[in-house]
Design a protein around this ligand. Structure first.
Ligand SMILES: Cc1cc2nc3c(=O)[nH]c(=O)nc-3n(C[C@H](O)[C@H](O)[C@H](O)COP(=O)(O)OP(=O)(O)OC[C@H]3O[C@@H](n4cnc5c(N)ncnc54)[C@H](O)[C@@H]3O)c2cc1C
Length: 247
């Protein structure tokens, strides 16, 4: 998969701090220079003051200010199975590549057999991989080889059938019914910083599925560049603990 930050609120932590100062300020924050707004916050410079205030907000569960900065991500090549999990988060906005208007009629089935177009779960190639609810834990190389054959044959056959149905005049929206749930999809989604932390609480957790965990870790890496103080605090103090952002 590939994950990129397409667009995001400029200077998100200034926005977070300004919104938070609004709550406790007798003055109108729209009229006040940022330095003045932050003058009573502990810290030798503005960066330290931001760190103090953001740490205070997150440690006290004051999450509202984190709803103001917004980020838009592009994702390439996750499975339809993984994609179906994301929109369960109702405060996230999505655009998902269509299987009605995009037809996979040019894809070579031989390339599908080699791993194109359909995401390959690690259990197909890695004997040591242990998935959640797995029936058997001691897997030898012969078993993995057989898994690989079954998986590759099955997805290749699906794509061949799909293309034959297109050739027989079926619309992509109907022919797609035979495609595997592992078929790759691209999407764009937008969410605010609070929701991003909530999604990470749910989807970077150990009981989440491997693919959405990988996606979430990539999103968190990008978020740490975009909104560094917030996501550094999240990583050190909130990640992997009890979900506090939307329990
Ligand atoms: C490991 C794992 C396994 C899962 N397995 C399944 C499964 O087998 N089947 C399945 O259907 N789903 C499954 N889910 C999805 C899960 O049940 C949630 O729907 C999904 O994670 C969205 O999270 P959320 O409930 O926090 O809601 P979000 O939409 O992310 O909303 C954030 C918060 O807003 C509040 N909120 C939003 N909407 C409402 C509302 N209408 N009423 C009250 N409060 C609201 C809640 O506090 C919520 O936590 C799974 C999720 C995980 C992480």
């Amino acid at each position: 998969m590939d994950v990129r930050l397409l667009e995001a609120t400029d200077d998100p932590e200034r926005v977070i701090c300004t919104a938070a100062r609004c709550d406790y300020s007798a003055e109108y924050v729209g009229d006040q220079p940022f330095e003045e707004l932050m003058s009573t916050i502990e810290g030798d410079d503005l960066d330290e003051k931001k760190r103090t205030l953001i740490g205070h907000l997150l440690s006290h569960g004051h999450f509202g200010p984190f709803e103001h900065p917004q980020a838009t991500f592009a994702v390439e090549g996750i499975s339809r199975s993984c994609m179906a999990q994301l929109p369960r988060h109702r405060h996230v906005s999505f655009d998902v590549q269509s299987m009605r208007y995009v037809a996979f009629d040019e894809v070579d089935p031989d390339e599908v057999r080699e791993g194109a177009m359909v995401v390959t779960p690690p259990a197909v190639t890695d004997a040591d991989w242990i998935g959640r609810n797995q029936r058997q834990t001691d897997t030898d190389e012969a078993t993995v080889e057989r898994r690989r054959e079954v998986f590759r044959e099955s997805v290749t056959q699906s794509v061949e059938s799909y293309q034959e149905l297109l050739d027989l005049g079926m619309a992509p929206e109907d022919a797609r019914f035979v495609l595997p749930i592992g078929t790759e999809v691209n999407l764009v989604f937008s969410l605010n910083a609070r929701m991003l932390m909530h999604v990470a609480d749910m989807r970077a957790a150990a009981d989440s599925q491997w693919e959405i965990r990988e996606l979430t870790e990539s999103i968190l890496d990008l978020a740490a560049e975009w909104c560094p103080v917030t996501f550094e605090y999240y990583d050190e103090h909130l990640k992997g603990r009890k979900n506090r952002l939307a329990p």
